[in-house]
Design a binder for this molecule. Structure first.
Ligand code: SAH
Length: 349
């Protein structure tokens, strides 16, 4: 474990077993590891860890970092959705969105600063990728959104800024941290990961034995259309993606969610619906039909409600279940695909 000053230990990214190793190196009893882990999960600073000896706290202050993000901006929507802009240690910032549903509170978190996937309809990718987040930085969003809102966060979606499977190791570590019984103890079954279709990542994830939910951002039922909308499809075409998704469903026994953002005149016809149904035949899955949230500077428009209803009807006739999703937080630019753009704009003012 690195304990030199150039590379300080990121305390919030460490699992209890790793904290135990650190405690051993520092000549401390093993039980200190759990104490530190549970303080970190509650958002405490080193100075607040009152059951640790002062000299240990001092030693940790010298060799480790425990970043407390600032809430740079907080917007509350008419529907109760809250969008947070959190500061990171290096001056970057990321957004998280807290949504209240009848069945509980869900937090949508970011996994990267920016994104390099280049989907044509998404605001998060406009400035490209700045960097990936550490596991601790993903955990910070959960801890501090929970503390600020006073809400118990029941479920998590990795659907904010970034492509989680482009930050694979840190995302897996984050899932272990946030679900640890000595920490926030959030059930893995209540965690969803959404990908634009990074096939090797999906295949690796299927082998992890994690009972999380996988969402695939499909958005188009054929390669020509999908490649035009999502550059990732040129590397991992639909056949490969669907094979990986089916394997995930089979190996985990868990339903895969197919995200389908509806763009007027582009992917919203009954013929597209039939093509989609054929692609999904026999697969354990559910389709979410999402209205496109218009992104400034882009011409695409959302399909209208009647086109969406018709699309859902065709899917139903072909034996595929779907839900037309509501928009939450669109009055505060917190809806899908809109994160970061407004805050980035603010930075450049
Ligand atoms: N990179 C991951 C997760 C982040 S995006 C992924 O692609 O799945 C979360 C979801 O919002 C994805 O389904 C994405 O395609 C969708 N999305 C992006 N821009 C959107 C927009 N303008 N309107 C509606 N959905 C959008």
């Amino acid at each position: 474990m690195q304990t030199n000053q150039e590379a300080p230990v990121d305390l919030r990214s460490l699992l209890p077993e790793e904290l135990k190793t650190l405690m051993k190196e520092l000549g401390q009893p093993a039980f200190r590891a759990e104490q530190i882990f549970s303080w970190c999960a509650r958002g405490a600073g080193l100075e607040e860890m009152s059951n640790l000896p002062k000299d240990l706290r001092q030693r940790l202050a010298e060799m480790a970092v425990l970043h407390k993000p600032e809430i740079l901006k907080k917007q509350v929507s008419r529907d109760g959705t809250i969008k947070y802009l959190f500061s990171l240690r290096d001056g970057n910032a990321v957004e998280s969105v807290l949504m209240r549903y009848r069945h509980g509170t869900s937090l949508c978190i970011s996994s990267q600063v920016g994104c390099r996937m280049g989907c044509t309809f998404c605001a998060s990718t406009i400035g490209g990728l700045v960097r990936s987040l550490t596991a601790g930085e993903m955990l910070e969003q959960v801890i501090f959104a929970g503390l600020d809102s006073g809400e118990r966060i029941d479920s998590l979606v990795l659907m904010g800024i970034g492509e989680p499977l482009d930050n694979y190791d840190n995302v897996i570590r984050f899932i272990q941290l946030v679900s640890h019984e000595k920490g926030l103890n959030l059930g893995k079954r209540h965690i969803s990961l959404s990908t634009c279709g990074v096939v090797p990542g999906i295949e690796r994830l299927a082998g992890e034995g994690l009972p999380i939910t996988l969402s695939i951002s499909l958005h188009a039922p054929n390669n020509a259309l999908r490649s035009a909308m999502m550059p990732v499809n040129r590397t991992y075409p639909i056949e490969q993606l669907m094979r990986a998704a089916r394997r995930f469903a089979k190996e985990t026994g868990r339903k895969v969610y197919i995200e389908y953002t509806m763009i007027a005149g582009q992917n919203d016809s009954p013929a597209h619906a039939r093509e989609l149904a054929a692609l999904l035949r026999g697969m354990l899955c559910h389709v979410n039909l999402i209205p496109l949230n218009p992104v400034e500077g882009k011409r695409q428009k959302s399909a209208d409600t009647s086109a969406m209803a018709r699309f859902a009807e065709v899917l139903k006739d072909c034996g595929v279940t779907s839900t037309v999703r509501r928009k939450l937080g669109d009055d505060i630019d917190a809806a899908c695909g809109q994160l970061r753009r407004s805050s980035t704009k603010k930075e450049t003012l």
